[in-house]
Design a protein around this ligand. Structure first.
Ligand code: FE2
Length: 425
């Protein structure tokens, strides 16, 4: 038996130490010891080897545009949307495409090999849709890119948004998006959820809505999304992104809502970096941080994945395409500090996010796509603590990114010459 590639002595997230044999773009064998020839061998001794990072919520049409034409002075979601409205007429096909491709390079360097991006359809030119459809094709050899038709300015509030949503889906956009809390009234928001879910059901598509991204405890569009998912049989194919209003909701109402979300098999995608940055801006103290109720949802068996949302755009002035940063922030804000919870946070940005996106070809098992990340960490908790270096990224059987270990040289008399911050517990 011979392989194109063997990753030797890989430490898996569950603690097993194995060799992974790859042929073509597939994992061909996993064993404690593979005694076989290989065209290329990578020694992963002492290093965690994971399935790739996956981001189920991003805005690739806006990324890397920070400062164009100005920055968001108030730091609110609403000024971000207004600023994006100023930027939209200035967008060109080439600029959107180049920024998106640059971002995809960052993503690959971070072992982020699957991304679901919302794309604004409210510009009648559908320029961003066309640019990102081209990007999707170009990055397909190494990134799974899903596009969501996103009526940013409101399905009904923006005059051509509904027809543009349908046009975008006709052009090949994969998923139906929405933004019910940004419609003119609660009733319009409710109708938009029904309308969009029906469009998804008729076309056999998934749904992923920005839902209740507000501090308003009365924003309850998630209830309608759960209802429509149930009514139309969209179980497992629908996701609610953000759900920040749940942070502020009445506890009794939440006790009714959580079982409804579980019953509909809705996926939930909080975006911790952005939620805590944008929410609570109208508060004094105590100041709400807008994180939805993640541990409570997990107790109900609800599928929850961490999303990134933004990098250097009208809503967020930082970001590096690092899903470990996202999980690190998420576990702090959601107070998921037990070893089991921290491990689950790592799982959320790898396995669970892939499940939300329906990417069942990812994972570390024979027959799965050979997309792997070798980290400078011994286990998932250490990977989170260090936001560990991605030493090697393998996409569909090919090495696409490599980075040396980052030890620090010390110049202190009587101390070691170099240190690494890894620490075996
Ligand atoms: Fe978003």
């Amino acid at each position: 038996m011979s392989f194109d590639l063997i990753v030797k002595s890989a430490t898996l997230a569950d603690g097993r130490i194995v060799d992974i044999g790859v042929n073509g773009d597939k994992i061909a064998a996993i064993d404690q010891h593979l005694d076989a020839e290989a065209a290329k061998t990578i020694d992963a001794t002492g290093n965690l080897v994971s399935s790739p990072f996956v981001d189920p919520h991003f805005h690739m049409d806006a990324t890397l545009s920070y400062g164009i034409p100005r920055i968001n002075a108030s730091g609110t979601l609403l000024e971000g949307i207004a600023l994006w409205g100023e930027l939209k007429p200035l967008l060109t096909h080439e600029a959107v495409k180049q920024r998106a491709l640059s971002y995809c390079d960052w993503a690959v360097s971070m072992g982020l090999l699957a991304i679901r991006t919302h794309v604004d359809v409210c510009d009648d030119r559908l320029l961003a849709v066309e640019a990102l459809l081209e990007v999707k094709k170009e990055v397909a050899p190494y990134i799974d890119l899903q596009l969501v038709a996103f009526p940013q300015d409101g399905l009904y509030r923006s005059p051509t948004a509904r027809q543009n949503t349908l046009r975008a889906l006709d052009l090949g956009v994969d998923i139906v998006g929405g933004i019910p809390h940004f419609e003119r009234t609660m009733e319009d928001g409710r109708r938009s959820v029904t309308d969009l879910c029906q469009i998804a059901a008729e076309r056999g598509l998934m749904v992923d809505m920005h839902c209740d991204e507000t501090d308003d405890p009365q924003s309850r569009h998630i209830e309608q999304l759960a209802y429509e998912t149930q009514r139309l049989g969209l179980h497992g194919r629908a996701a609610g992104s953000h759900l920040t209003s749940m942070h502020s909701m009445d506890n009794y109402y939440v006790s009714k809502l959580l079982p409804l979300i579980a019953e509909a098999d809705l996926s939930v995608i909080p975006n911790p970096l952005i939620n805590i940055m944008l929410q609570g801006r109208h508060d004094t103290y105590p100041k709400r941080r807008g994180m939805t109720r993640v541990p409570e949802m997990l107790r109900y068996g609800i599928r929850v994945g961490w999303g990134q949302d933004c990098v250097l755009d009208p809503w967020y002035s930082l970001g590096t395409a690092d899903m470990l940063d996202v999980a690190f922030m998420g576990l702090h804000v959601a107070q998921m500090s037990s070893p089991a919870d921290m491990r689950h946070c790592f799982d959320m940005v790898t396995r669970v996010n892939a499940e939300i996106m329906g990417l069942d070809h990812l994972g570390i098992a024979v027959g799965k796509t050979a997309s792997l990340v070798i980290l400078d960490a011994g286990d998932p908790i250490e990977a989170l603590r260090l936001r560990a270096e991605r030493m090697c990224v393998i996409a569909r059987g090919k090495v696409v990114a490599e980075r040396p270990r980052r030890d620090t040289t010390l110049s202190i008399h009587g101390r070691p010459a170099s240190i690494n911050r890894r620490h075996k517990i």
